[in-house]
Design a protein around this ligand. Sequence first.
Ligand code: EPU
Length: 354
Amino acid sequence: MSTVETPTQATLSNHTTLRLGGPARRFAEAGTAELLVELVRELDDAGEPLLLLGGGSNLVVGDAGFDGTVVRVANSGWQLGDNGILDVEAGQNWDEFVAATVEAGVGGLECLSGIPGSVGATPIQNVGAYGCEIADSLLSIDLYDRRTGERRTLSAAELGFAYRTSVLKGTDAGVVLKVRFGLKVDGLSSPIRYAELARTLGVEIGTRVPAADARAAVLELRRGKGMVLDAGDHDTWSAGSFFTNPIVPAADAPAVLARITDVVGPDVRVPEYPADGGVKLSAAWLIERAGFAKGHQGPGGRVSLSTKHALALTNRGSASTADLLALAAEVRDGVIARFGVELHPEPLLINCAL
Ligand code: EPU
């Protein structure tokens, strides 16, 4: 076990992409899966509150911080097996890994390029972008079960993947140790499914392209939306999309769409996509149409919607978590008032609430 307790490390704003969050009482780092299990077991036995930290890209931590031990998952690296099967350590930086698969001529993850955070966090909320999601290529994970104290392997089917969720979301009973992917060794991408990406690549939907071309195009699109981390650009001081795209149950969809059309007028096309059990609406579009333009500012201008994408709430440099949540509440309430649609936060909220 390696436990480090310096004041700098113990401040959670140094570990989140929003650069928000108060102090942790203790901070520890686990460099291998075995150390991670050992550390979590010890803390659980001692009844110590535990917060697992990956890349900090999907976390909103309260200004009061965390009154317990933060364990940074820092086991990294991967092994390439036969037939494109890759075993990756949970603490591995996600995009470094994706870049290496593309460079090695292995396809399947290229559309998930440029996403911040760690490999172990990706199955928890079935991370997705540009027509692909983790569920498409994940085979299984190794997990430490804090209830039984055992290590076990869970198949993709057991993880219950759906849009931005899995059985692991919202519970901290399992600690992801390793993730296993089945990728394509022919160097080609998954069939391109996202219209904007197909346009950028100049191909039809359903085409497979060299994985490196898809990665380059996705990175270009993400940069344009402020979704690639850049310390000098406050538009990227965010947790990515702050709200999930709302899925309206099929039975309610006609009434909800009619109300939206009433507000925006019959000539405006309302973005909607088929989804599990209903219709998926675009949260960014609803936010803008409810009157919150890109760059809309929250308290004191310390937080704002990104100037490049209405769905990212950003820290302009001196924000507090309270500022961010005030802006989030304003946006959520404004969208409900205008359209009757409730937006739900996508990141994990620790010691704070919306
Ligand atoms: N739009 C706006 N205003 C904006 C941005 C978008 O009106 O500022 C509308 C447009 O109609 C656009 C539509 O929203 O066509 C969709 O926008 P975009 O392609 O950017 O996708 P998104 O639905 O807003 C989702 C994911 C992103 C992912 C992109 C690309 C969620 C919650 N978000 O965003 O994921 O990168 O698709 O696939 O599903 C994240 O989860 O943190 C994340 C960044």
